[in-house]
Design a protein around this ligand. Structure first.
Ligand code: 5GP
Length: 211
């Protein structure tokens, strides 16, 4: 019997390197996958519907919420974002780990959902505010005004760091990635995530008694 998948919540302020780290984890273990969120925000150049996000109208988004299709949803930067429930539940049941790149509001909802026991929540911090701003600027896909708004939001996002199981400071990508791998290796080995364990120990007992 396979273990259930881990539901890995990755949160951080914009520009802390979360998306890069998520991509690296999936390259390390291709059985892990990223949950594609739905959003009402407009696509940025290069973003493809169904890959980065499912880009939806406000009405279509509201219908998904009303039909209880969202595992969680929240307003971020004036737009709605949400995690479609179906694909996540299927992958966890199939023993595949799923990465959710969601904000703290979504993180709280998932931790209070029926999938709570599968959750491993990780908060990524930038090494400094200067580094955070530099990363947002190099990305250069957003206007100065949008960047200023995101910097302000970053501080409120950071204030939720203590609600997470783990905190990784992204000083350097290779080191941060290794820390994430360590977390996942250990979480996969938790006793309650090893479904064959009771049977295995029973065989040990039987073997002992048969000597
Ligand atoms: P962006 O617009 O830069 O792609 O994402 C903005 C913020 O929305 C990020 O902090 C990201 O974590 C968050 N976000 C993306 N998808 C979801 C989602 O499905 N649910 C929630 N709660 N937040 C999301």
């Amino acid at each position: 019997m396979a273990r259930r998948g881990l539901l890995v919540i990755l949160s951080s302020p914009s520009g802390a390197g979360k998306s890069t780290l998520a991509r690296r984890l999936m390259a390390w273990d291709p059985s892990m996958s990223f949950s594609v969120s739905a959003t009402t925000r407009a696509p940025r150049p290069g973003e493809v519907d169904g890959r980065e996000y499912f880009f939806r109208t406000h009405d279509a988004f509201a219908k998904m919420v009303a039909d209880d299709e969202m595992l969680e949803h929240a307003e971020v930067f004036g737009n709605s974002y949400g995690t479609p429930r179906g694909p996540v539940a299927e992958r966890l049941a199939a023993g595949q780990d799923v990465i959710l790149d969601i904000d703290w509001q979504g993180g709280q909802q998932v931790k209070n959902s029926g999938l709570a026991r599968d959750v491993v929540s990780i908060f990524i911090l930038p090494p400094s505010i200067a580094a955070l701003e530099a990363r947002l600027r190099t990305r250069a896909q957003d206007s100065d005004e949008v960047i200023a708004g995101r910097m302000a939001k970053s501080l409120s996002e950071i204030s939720h760091w203590a609600e997470y199981d783990y905190v990784v400071i992204n000083r350097e990508l290779d080191a941060a990635e290794e820390e994430l791998r360590t977390i996942l290796r250990a979480e996969r080995m938790r006793r309650d995530r090893q479904p064959g364990l009771t049977d295995f120990v029973r065989t040990l007992n039987e073997e002992f008694e048969a000597r």
